[in-house]
Design a protein around this ligand. Sequence first.
Ligand SMILES: *Cc1c(COP(=O)(O)O)cnc(C)c1O
Length: 385
Amino acid sequence: MQSKNLPKTIAVHAGTVPDKNTGAIMTPIFMTSTYVQEAPGVHKGYDYSRADNPTREAHEKALAEIEVGASKALAFSSGLAAEQAIIQLLNPGDRVIVCDDVYGGTGRLFRRLFAKYNIDFQFVDMNDHELVRQTATKNTKLIWMESPTNPTMKVIDIKAMATIAKSVGALLVVDNTFASPYFQSPLLLGADIVLHSSTKYIGGHSDMIGGCVMMSRDDLFEQLKFIQFAAGSVPSPFESFLFLRSIKTLAIRMEQHAINALAVAEYLEKHSAVRKVYYPGLPSHPGHELAKRQMKGFSGMVSFDLAGNYDHVLKFLKKLKVFALAESLGGVESLINHPEKMTHASVPEELRRKLGIGPTLLRLSVGIEDPRDLIADLEQALTIS
Ligand SMILES: *Cc1c(COP(=O)(O)O)cnc(C)c1O
């Protein structure tokens, strides 16, 4: 699917200009902690690399260009570091409404770390708009959502959440990791802050941990830039260079992820050894119509319930040759994950059951290999004797 939102040309050129000193077409890696000053306080705009570094600056400029609707971006050392910076905008006593199937690490950060600073996190089903409306009060400072969500790919209405946030003067934060900047532009739908675990699709090669936030409001940028500087969770210049390199292929990678994911989802949906498939690109998915409205493509994450029991799951996993059993997602290679025992092991059991995360649920991060090879791999593994 050709995205109208993020032109491929922008992805290729984002953030980079030829080096002023040498003409190098690629941004140099400025591995330096400090910068020589001509006189006290007189310098070229850089005094210490936690505050500013030219390679990170190019990385952040690229992130602002690829997230449509953003004017500024900040890079962090992980997705969770980016989330922590956003929560540090708050004060004790503030309330946050969070989608109940939020990423496990986000739930852990909120429940186990920030709750003790007297920030109140209320986890709700965001497909129930009335419930979100009733939960929102004047003390609600943030509404925090993902879409599609993990692992059942629930689609949440970004515009509707933005309307509720505005009605109580709260900010809407969208974790856009699963869609990537290529397939979804929450800032155009009313979000105030977008965040990504760049570890996933933005990095795209399963070789780095990183995070970022994007926004269009200067006041939010200034506050978050101060938090980034004061708290210090910045990526290294080397990582910034690699993220810049990754961003150049974001558009073509995402298109192949989506083509392959749809092929895999359609294949699985027809298979008798599969009970249920969760992919927003399938017309059978309850969020399909909404996903068509608010996304430019359905991205590369597919979950499914295997018919049978956990023993069947173990046999199936053993037989796979192309899909690797691993946590994480968004890399060029295909991965498979067992949410109950892996990514979602820290989610309280009762909530796991409510979200439909059982022993036979599997989540695929569909890579950019030849889709025929991916389907052939699933086919031979599904033939469980
Ligand atoms: C991985 C992930 C995060 C956390 O990012 P890290 O880079 O692992 O710190 C946050 N949100 C979502 C949706 C993720 O998949």
